[in-house]
Design a protein around this ligand. Structure first.
Ligand code: ADP
Length: 277
């Protein structure tokens, strides 16, 4: 796919006959300028991908960047919940305006368009992937330094669509020790390599629990292997995060932006170095 196609509104579904080299931008795209589009991926669910997306967005925002989060985990959206956003997305003649978190991060998720957030999304893959494309083409993101995509776990329809039709700058892979039995995280890494996407690195979440009294590190999910796995896949290791009950409780309360972590600050700094390379 040419560079021109990556910004085309019909990218991914166009035929050679209808394709011209001139990008066809929607009104929403004309009103948006996203400098870095970063996808956060994991091999499987429950490893903390959405939490890491939320922490990364917060960290970048706190550094003064303009940040948005596109929730592409359509059937299991947790981004509005962890940011405590309940305001619905507004639609006008230009496109969809994403609501903002308390701190000012722009958020777009299907849950912000559903009347009732508990309504299940019982849609076939084609409709889900079309919606993810529209979250790129029809949402008025405005000027953003970073737009983070919270991908669904695995390597299915949505990640394929994102790699094929969105101008991804690079990806971050999130894993946890229990999923690093080997190949699952490598599948996500290999998918990104197949699409020639830059891989900024691997973050290993829930690597250990620190005893609040004696500060001993307990490796409750087994020996962390993120660093080794990153070496094997020849990608950067961005760091480890502990299992921290305060992260879980702040996320449940919709206050992830208040979470403070020295460890995460170091990870965010390493990621910034990778992006700048
Ligand atoms: P995923 O997006 O990979 O499915 P989530 O980010 O939704 O995973 O995390 C799954 C659950 O684990 C959530 O309840 C979240 O608050 C919790 N969680 C994630 N990372 C941590 C962590 N480092 N410490 C404590 N709880 C965590």
């Amino acid at each position: 796919m040419s560079d021109a196609c990556s910004t085309c509104a019909s990218a991914g579904s166009c035929t050679t006959e209808s394709c011209s080299t001139e990008p066809k931008l929607t009104e929403a795209q004309k009103a948006s300028q996203v400098k870095n589009l970063i996808a956060v991926m994991s091999g499987k669910g429950g490893v903390g991908k959405s939490s890491v997306t939320g922490m990364l967005a917060t960290s970048l925002h706190n550094q003064g960047y303009k940040v948005g989060v596109l929730d592409a985990d359509i059937t299991g959206p947790s981004i509005p919940k962890i940011f405590g956003v309940t305001e619905k997305a507004m639609v006008n003649s230009i496109g969809v305006t994403p609501p903002k978190s308390k701190g000012g991060i722009k958020i777009m998720s299907l849950n912000l368009m559903l009347e009732n957030e508990d309504d299940p999304v019982i849609w076939r893959g084609a409709i889900i992937t079309q919606l993810v494309q529209q979250f790129w083409t029809d949402v008025v993101w405005g000027e953003l330094d970073y737009l983070l995509i919270d991908m669904p776990p695995g390597t299915g329809d949505v990640p394929i669509t994102v790699f094929q039709s969105l101008p991804i700058s690079g990806i971050v892979v999130v894993s946890s020790p229990q999923q690093l039995a080997g190949m699952i995280v490598r599948k996500a890494i290999n998918m990104a390599k197949k699409y020639d996407a830059r891989i900024y690195g691997l973050i290993e979440n829930m690597a250990y629990v620190e005893c609040p009294d004696c500060h001993t590190r307990l490796e409750i999910f087994g020996k962390p292997q993120g660093e080794l796995e990153a070496q094997k896949s020849e990608i950067s290791f961005l760091g480890q995060l502990p299992l921290d009950p305060s992260l879980a409780s702040l996320s449940d309360a919709g206050r992830i932006e208040e979470y403070q972590s020295e460890g995460f600050r170091a990870i965010a700094a390493r990621l910034a170095d990778e992006i700048a390379k």
